[in-house]
Design a protein around this ligand. Structure first.
Ligand SMILES: Nc1ncnc2c1ncn2[C@@H]1O[C@H](COP(=O)(O)OP(=O)(O)OP(=O)(O)O)[C@@H](O)[C@H]1O
Length: 301
């Protein structure tokens, strides 16, 4: 059983059980993913995910974090339906995921906008695919661009938008199809600190106004603790849920400066970092053929 804790305190209940007052929106049940990787030595199997189980509540914000290669993006892509699990299932609402669907919206690390379309036309794209009539999709696209603070720039093409503005368009595009679940893969990873903070606030505001379930991947522990209700730390080789941290910060999150000053913030961030560092050491020892228990594995040293 995976352990779950608020900062410092281990809880008795397993992490896959959502709090009683809320319905699960996304249920990941024993998901494994095998890839085949090829190099000069030939093809080898690679287990990217190994029996990952996780239940995410309606309206919850969950951050996926962990070392590079632990399967965060693969898991997000499986939830989105862009990748198929080798075994196990993902259920969103009452539907088992078998491919992409309008119940899920994805924000990429780089907004991936069509360069020949304006911000407004880019946001309209998902609605076109959904078959929404022109007047209606224009109205929705305008509304979503206003929601993310881009009302004044909706007629600009991507080459006239800053990196942060492009990400806002990506967010508006994902929201325009009214998904039940918003998935974000390192959405602000490529942005400077100030722009990043502005977008974090935007996400919190959108969440307050829409109550969407949000699952996002981040390497930034500050971002994970600032935004999420729970932080899922994954471990690599193969990708597994290592630990789930409940974030013990209640009330509105919008004052990021004040939240950074809370003991709960510092303590939880430290606990996640400490556990992450333990995995870094284990991995480095494993790479050098050293068993963390002290036995020599006889690797190439
Ligand atoms: N299409 C693919 N074919 C083969 N291997 C893949 C493929 N996609 C991912 N992998 C492998 O699966 C593992 C998990 O990759 P994934 O991108 O999910 O990790 P991650 O935790 O998101 O990494 P990062 O933090 O560096 O973005 C890695 O070892 C990666 O090389």
């Amino acid at each position: 059983m995976q352990a779950s804790s608020t900062a410092g305190k281990t809880q008795a209940s397993p992490p896959t059980t959502p709090p009683a007052q809320s319905q699960p929106r996304v249920v990941i049940d024993s998901v494994s993913k095998d890839f085949t990787v090829s190099d000069r030595k030939g093809s080898q199997p690679l287990k990217a995910l190994d029996r990952v189980s996780l239940s995410i509540n309606d309206g919850e914000i969950v951050a996926l974090t962990g070392l590079s290669g632990c399967g965060k993006t693969t898991l997000l892509r499986i939830i989105m339906g862009l990748e198929r699990a080798t075994s196990g299932t993902v259920t969103v609402g009452d539907k088992v995921v078998t491919g992409c669907g309008f119940d899920r919206g994805l924000v990429f690390q780089h907004a991936e906008l069509f360069p020949w379309r304006t911000a407004l036309q880019n946001v309209e794209f998902g609605l076109e695919v959904k078959g929404v009539p022109k007047a209606e999709r224009r109205r929705i696209a305008r509304e979503k661009l206003e929601l993310v603070g881009l009302g004044a720039a909706m007629d600009r093409r991507p080459n006239q938008l800053s990196g942060g503005m492009k990400q806002r368009v990506g967010l508006a595009r994902a929201l325009s199809i009214e998904p039940q679940v918003l998935l974000m893969d390192e959405p602000f990873g490529a942005l400077d600190a100030q722009t990043r903070e502005g977008l974090q606030l935007e996400v919190l505001r959108v969440h307050r106004e829409t109550g969407k379930t949000i699952i996002f991947v981040t390497h930034d522990l500050d971002e994970a603790v600032l935004l999420a209700d729970r932080v899922v730390l994954m471990s690599p080789n193969p990708g597994r849920v290592d630990h789930i941290f409940d974030i013990p910060i209640s009330g509105p999150r919008e004052d990021l400066f004040a939240i950074r000053g809370l003991d709960e913030f510092a303590h939880t961030r430290y606990e996640i970092w400490r556990r992450l560092m333990a995995r870094v050491h284990e991995n480095s020892e494993a790479a050098h053929g050293i068993d963390p228990q002290g036995r020599d594995r006889g690797g190439d040293r």
